[in-house]
Write a protein that binds this ligand. Structure first.
Ligand code: 8YV
Length: 311
């Protein structure tokens, strides 16, 4: 009998079709009556596919008594309680490496879009404003001092790209690295103080907000904040206030505390660029991520070592 797999998030259609060759997929993400589907198939579910930001709540894990594996379609493991999973003997896998370039590319895109005001300029043209007046000047990207909060694989890929823009890169992480040429700052506020642009690229495993009111004030009225990591790493209320009061110059945000909800106040600000969590959302990368999910499920149910186990 094919193992039953519960999908909390979609994977690319070609790979969902491949999934169905070996497994019996149940698409909870698309179910109108999710409770009814869970009640019907929950007892037999042996694997879960979920997204990095979506994860799985402990209550749902507990409602799946036959669960053997949670395959995260993403790199972040912060939305899965790994301790809880281990205690239940449930394996957890993710998709590291394959999305690094996409997320770093998008971080650079957001920096340029935010500092150069690309979405606002597009709105300006579409509204017919160009016929009436010159668009406002924006801010230069090349040569800026950029602080990266979290210098893991993604942070490093962002740093490498910034060097090509003649930017000075500094960083703050849980630990200083001995293998990089960038200056280490001992805390987020001193990094922000030394930066024109602060990029959040940290993992959210520890959960607490790294970007607080104090950090935003250290970034200052000429400073820009970019987030491609997780919304919950930011005090969103403090960010909105800092933007509204001009205590920072602007923000480029791909992630939010309570996705897909975006605080309406952000949408009224012209110096804010908002994206619907697009970091890894390219066809090429989603194919690779989906393939890694399938490889982990195949290995799990074939009794082989898991290619990318985190628990
Ligand atoms: C995706 C992510 O949004 O990798 C992560 O942790 O947040 C993103 O790549 C998501 O996981 C897609 O399923």
């Amino acid at each position: 009998m094919k193992p039953d797999i519960l999908l909390l998030q979609a994977i690319v259609p070609a790979l969902e079709a491949r999934l169905a060759e070996t497994f019996t997929p149940h698409r909870l993400y698309a179910a109108v009556d999710k409770a009814a589907l869970l009640a019907e198939v929950g007892p037999g579910i042996r694997g879960v596919i979920t997204g990095g930001a979506v994860g799985i709540r402990n209550e749902m894990m507990d409602a799946l008594p036959a669960l053997e594996i949670i395959a995260i379609h993403g790199v972040g493991t912060d939305a899965v309680d790994l301790v809880h999973a281990r205690a239940r003997g449930i394996r957890v896998t993710n998709t590291p490496g394959v999305l690094t370039d996409d997320v770093a590319d998008l971080a650079l895109g957001l920096i340029i879009a935010t500092l150069r005001g690309i979405p606002a300029a597009d709105r300006f043209v579409r509204a017919g404003e160009w016929e009436k007046q010159a668009a406002p000047l924006t801010r230069k990207v090349s040569g800026k001092r950029v602080g990266i909060l979290g210098l893991g694989q993604i942070g490093l890929a962002i740093a490498r790209r910034l060097v090509a823009f003649d930017c000075t890169v500094r960083y703050h992480s849980r630990h200083a690295r001995t293998d990089v040429p960038y200056e280490y700052m001992t805390d987020a506020a001193s990094l922000a103080h030394a930066s024109d642009v602060l990029v959040l690229a940290a993992s959210a495993d520890q959960g607490q907000a790294l970007v607080t009111r104090e950090v935003l004030d250290a970034l200052g009225a000429q400073g820009f904040f970019i987030n491609i990591a997780r919304g919950r790493l930011v005090d969103e209320a403090a960010l909105i206030e800092a933007l509204q009061q001009g205590r920072i110059a602007g923000a480029g945000l791909d992630v939010f505390a309570n996705e897909p909800h975006v605080p309406p106040a952000l949408l009224t600000l012209d110096n804010v660029v908002v994206l619907p969590h697009r970091g890894s959302a390219t066809i090429e990368t989603r194919l690779q991520m989906g393939q890694m999910v399938l490889d982990n499920l195949d290995a799990c149910f074939g009794g082989r070592p898991l290619p990318s186990a985190v628990a």
